[in-house]
Design a protein around this ligand. Structure first.
Ligand code: HEC
Ligand code: HEC
Ligand code: HEC
Ligand code: HEC
Length: 399
């Protein structure tokens, strides 16, 4: 996703659409211009592009690589966490290569100077970009780093702290490396002529996005996003009291964020959709209750239990456009190592056949098909829905 940050078709569509169509006031336009700040940091800092108004395809190949190797490994000064408030120390081309900052104290190579950087081994490094606020009104838009900072994963003890890197740079195919799985070392060499190392930090940088990497040619990354999502949460069905035909019934579902080091979901949560489904059938297969269904166009039922955020504009009207955002109207998500309990009440019809089968599933998609279509028109890809976790139970009816 880092190498695709500037060619990401969703990002491109969002920045183009919002810029031209809706952003009008000075503060809104300033925020729109900032879209390129993190998605092509070299383009922004070298002034080769200054706003989404410009033709993206004209940007030189290097800045178009988004967040590339040297960019991260040349970050050498933090002004504050978030909003890309850091400095980079570039080199002078092949003749005068830049100093690569990284986790090793004994890294030597004839190709470039190397230097140990504690910053690169800590969540603060990721927080430089993974905390985003509105440039004009400072409204927090993405708070992944803050969510992690307040979480139990940030124990305050360097021995037990689980940094972003521990989950996101240990993952490799088959090893999701989340809060609920092992996060084993990945022994090897960092360079063909380097020494054997106990652990090499992987660079897949996989989150929940199974669309963009696939569209741009990486089935491997898309598959790893699915693996990550399937190891992010747990569900528990809680039965309340007794259940009888012709009587009202209550089923509770506990949704636990057992795998993510931040809220579930995190990042651009005004776009993401994570929701809970519950289906209750009787022994003859008749559906007695259903929640979290999609219509034919793939729109989620309005009454579904949905975990996301909703931004509001100056008038307090809901908006999906971050440039117009002035407040957060609604934030319903699950904190790291925390949970939420959802209540489902319904009536058991008089003729229902015992036992009842209950099934609940936590589902995730990066964007709704309706919004994808609004942004990308007929080019909008098919949006996969990932079943993160699923739980079943049965109820014996009393009469
Ligand atoms: C301070 C850094 C920063 C700035 C400025 C920024 N972004 Fe992002 N953007 C991110 C990060 C980090 C993510 C990854 C979060 C995630 O995937 O949930 C992201 C992800 C996105 C995504 C999701 C893409 C996908 O494939 O799902 C969209 C859309 C997006 N940004 C649009 C924008 C727009 C529009 C602007 C300008 C108004 C903007 N960004 C400005 C850091 C930034
Ligand atoms: C998003 C920022 C980022 C990008 C992009 C990035 N790296 Fe890294 N890299 C890191 C961080 C952070 C670490 C250290 C992690 C730690 O110690 O916790 C690291 C570690 C390394 C190491 C030390 C060996 C290891 O893997 O443990 C090497 C070598 C390296 N990166 C090379 C590269 C190369 C080559 C690229 C481009 C293909 C690249 N990096 C892209 C952030 C980045
Ligand atoms: C220089 C800014 C920058 C730094 C530093 C950075 N990121 Fe990112 N990261 C981004 C942007 C921008 C995106 C969004 C790309 C997109 O969606 O188009 C992103 C995307 C991601 C994604 C993919 C999200 C998804 O929806 O699948 C993950 C995971 C991620 N970053 C983790 C990390 C971790 C872990 C670190 C620290 C080791 C880190 N990033 C450091 C800017 C940065
Ligand atoms: C304990 C493990 C763990 C830690 C620590 C952790 N993450 Fe994650 N991260 C996950 C899991 C699991 C997911 C997939 C579920 C999800 O999308 O939230 C994820 C997803 C993401 C996403 C994609 C979110 C989305 O839905 O689009 C981003 C971006 C991200 N992480 C960045 C970070 C950053 C930055 C840090 C450190 C501040 C961090 N993560 C720390 C486990 C972790």
């Amino acid at each position: 996703m880092h190498s695709k940050a500037f060619v990401d078709p969703l990002w491109r569509a969002a920045t183009k659409l919002f810029y031209y169509k809706d952003a009008k006031e000075e503060g809104e336009l300033l925020e729109m211009k900032a879209c390129i700040k993190c998605h092509t940091p070299l383009g922004f800092r070298s002034h080769s592009i200054s706003s989404p108004e410009e033709d993206y395809d004209k940007l030189a190949p290097l800045p178009a690589q988004g967040i590339f190797c040297n960019w991260c490994h040349n970050i050498n000064e933090v002004k504050h966490i978030g909003d890309a408030a850091y400095e980079v120390a570039p080199g002078g081309g092949l003749a005068e290569p830049s100093t690569m900052l990284g986790p090793f104290k004994d890294s030597e190579t004839p190709f470039h100077p190397s230097k140990y950087s504690e910053l690169h081994t800590k969540s603060e490094f990721c927080g430089l970009c993974h905390n985003v606020s509105h440039v004009a009104n400072n409204l927090p838009l993405e708070t992944t780093y803050d969510e992690w900072k307040e979480s139990p994963y940030n124990s305050g003890n360097p021995e037990t702290t689980v940094n972003c890197q521990d989950c996101h740079m240990r993952q490799r195919p088959g090893i999701p490396a989340t809060g609920k799985t092992e996060r084993p070392d990945n022994p090897g060499k960092a360079a063909f002529d380097g020494p054997d190392r106990k652990h090499i930090w992987t660079h897949y940088f996989v989150g929940g996005n199974a669309i963009v990497t696939k569209l741009l040619g990486s089935e491997v990354n898309a598959g790893m996003a699915i693996e990550r999502l399937k190891n992010a949460a747990d569900l528990e069905i809680i039965k309340e009291g007794s259940y009888s035909t012709g009587q009202p019934a209550l089923i509770k579902v506990k949704v636990i964020n057992s795998g993510a080091g931040h809220y579930l979901p995190t990042g651009v949560t005004e776009i993401r959709e994570m929701w809970l489904t519950l289906k209750v059938k009787d022994a003859s297969g008749k559906i007695i209750f259903s929640s979290g269904d999609l219509d034919k166009e793939g729109n989620l039922d309005k009454d579904a239990v949905l975990y996301n955020t909703q931004l509001g504009d100056k008038e307090g009207k809901p908006t999906i456009n971050v440039a117009l955002a002035d407040r957060v109207l609604h934030d319903y998500r699950i904190p790291p190592k925390g949970h939420r309990i959802e209540n489902f009440s319904f009536d058991i019809p008089p003729g229902a056949k015992s036992p009842l089968e209950i099934e609940t599933t936590l589902k995730y998609r990066s964007i709704s098909p309706a919004l994808a279509k609004k942004l990308m028109g007929d080019n909008s890809p098919e949006i996969p829905i990932i079943d993160m976790v699923n739980e079943t139970d049965r109820i014996i009816l009393k009469n």
